[in-house]
Design a protein around this ligand. Structure first.
Ligand code: AMP
Length: 125
């Protein structure tokens, strides 16, 4: 069920539990600002999620409320994860789903990194 991107932060969302160490994940990178881990249901040979450590529901919430260090740290982490996964030369796709029309399911900001094969057109028609 897609979430409302304007809803208050839900401390019980699955990525909040991952950040608290309450459920396992396959971490690929972690620093002060971000955690990156493999998607549990990959939709490409490489499918990594990068999330900020702060409590932000969506890209909208994050860009409105996060401070400059958090924003820079998160975006740098996304770039670093892509480089370290070997995605830059063959190319890859970054995707953030936001709210109902974006079909966002987990109400903690996350960026999908897809790669490992040619990804085809941007959207299903
Ligand atoms: P979205 O539709 O953008 O909110 O995508 C949520 C993503 O989170 C989906 O690709 C799910 O497969 C993924 N996901 C859900 N639970 C977990 C989990 N416990 N560990 C890793 N990925 C998850």
């Amino acid at each position: 069920m897609p979430i409302d991107a304007t809803a208050p932060y839900d401390e019980q969302n699955i990525f909040a539990k991952i950040l608290r160490g309450e459920i396992p994940n396959r971490t690929v990178y972690e620093d002060e600002f971000a955690l990156a881990f493999h998607d549990i249901a990959p939709q490409a040979p490489v499918h990594i999620l990068v999330i900020p450590k702060g409590r932000y529901v969506s890209w909208d919430d994050f860009t409105a409320k996060a401070d400059d260090a958090e924003i820079a740290g998160f975006i740098r982490a996304v770039g670093r994860v892509a480089r370290e996964a070997g995605l830059v030369e063959p190319g890859y796709r970054l995707l953030a789903n936001i709210g109902v029309h974006g079909h966002q399911e987990v109400p903690h900001l996350h960026v999908h990194l897809f790669g490992g094969r040619s990804l085809g057109p941007m959207l299903a028609r």
